[in-house]
Design a protein around this ligand. Structure first.
Ligand SMILES: [Zn+2]
Length: 270
């Protein structure tokens, strides 16, 4: 591992390097890492900003949406002046302004089965900040099949959820075997969300990504974090791997992404 840092890097990351658990080795791991952020929205904004600030070497941003006025209540990587611009390129501008040491790769495309097969193997770790079940299930299946950890967050109204899915621990299908029928669970555009709630969950997501890359602390894999902002209460529940799971079970039936072929769910970021 390359432990050579410029004076500017040592200065920029000095508060990280001071931490015994991080140090120069942890910072070098962050610099060598490639992280894919799916959705440059409410979760993706704080997530990608903190990853850039932390010195992740390469951040991929995938989003095929354009910035709208109603996004700005929570999607803080963007600005009013950039309404109408591609969200991926607008967020990339914010990340580069914050930390020019970081390489940002812009993917202005829909996260479908083809994009998953193309992009996921090119990154070390994937973060899900999307707002629909078809993309969540596609990412969960694709990350499992490509052996990539998935850091997945979700928010609605005043509540948030977070987990890490890795081989050997419960997968997303152990938690929910199938996506709920369309329209059963409201989206944020139907039910609303407090902007700061996406900020907290995206920031927790960034923290778990940094932990996974550096291999520090206790991984959230095999656990689900639940937060109720109105009650100010965090809870963690243990997730058990289901031996009958179609993806990670003893006799899996999902062996590729063919079930996701032709799916046309929108990639709206929260
Ligand atoms: Zn499973």
């Amino acid at each position: 591992m390359n432990l050579d840092f410029t004076d500017a890097e040592l200065h920029r990351y000095s508060r990280h390097i001071l931490l015994q658990e991080v140090g120069a080795v942890g910072q070098a791991k962050l610099r060598a890492a490639r992280v894919l952020v799916v959705g440059a929205g409410g979760l993706g904004s704080p997530l990608a900003l903190y990853l850039a600030a932390a010195g992740i070497g390469t951040i991929g941003l995938i989003d095929d949406d354009r910035l709208e006025l109603s996004n700005l209540q929570r999607q803080i990587a963007h600005t009013t002046a950039r309404i109408g611009r591609s969200k991926a390129s607008s967020a990339a501008e914010a990340l580069t302004a914050l930390n020019p040491e970081v390489t940002v790769e812009i993917h202005e495309r829909r996260m479908d089965a083809e994009a998953a097969r193309d992009l996921i193997p090119r990154y070390d770790i994937v973060c899900d900040g999307t707002d629909n079940f078809s993309t969540r299930f596609l990412l969960g299946d694709a990350c499992y099949l490509h052996h990539r950890p998935l850091v997945s967050a979700a928010v609605l109204r005043f509540e948030g959820q977070l987990s890490v899915f890795k081989r050997g621990c419960a997968c997303h299908r152990c938690l929910h075997p199938e996506p709920p029928p369309e329209g059963l669970v409201p989206t944020c555009s139907e039910a609303g969300v407090l902007g700061a709630v996406t900020g907290v969950m995206g920031t927790l997501q960034a923290t778990e990504v940094l932990k996974e890359i550096m291999g520090i602390g206790e991984s959230l894999a095999g656990r689900l974090l639940l937060w109720d902002a109105l009650d100010t209460r965090f809870r963690t529940v243990t997730l058990h791997r289901d031996p009958g799971c179609a993806l990670c079970g003893d006799n899996p039936s999902i062996l590729d992404l063919s079930a996701h072929e032709g799916a046309t769910g929108p990639v709206c970021a929260l």
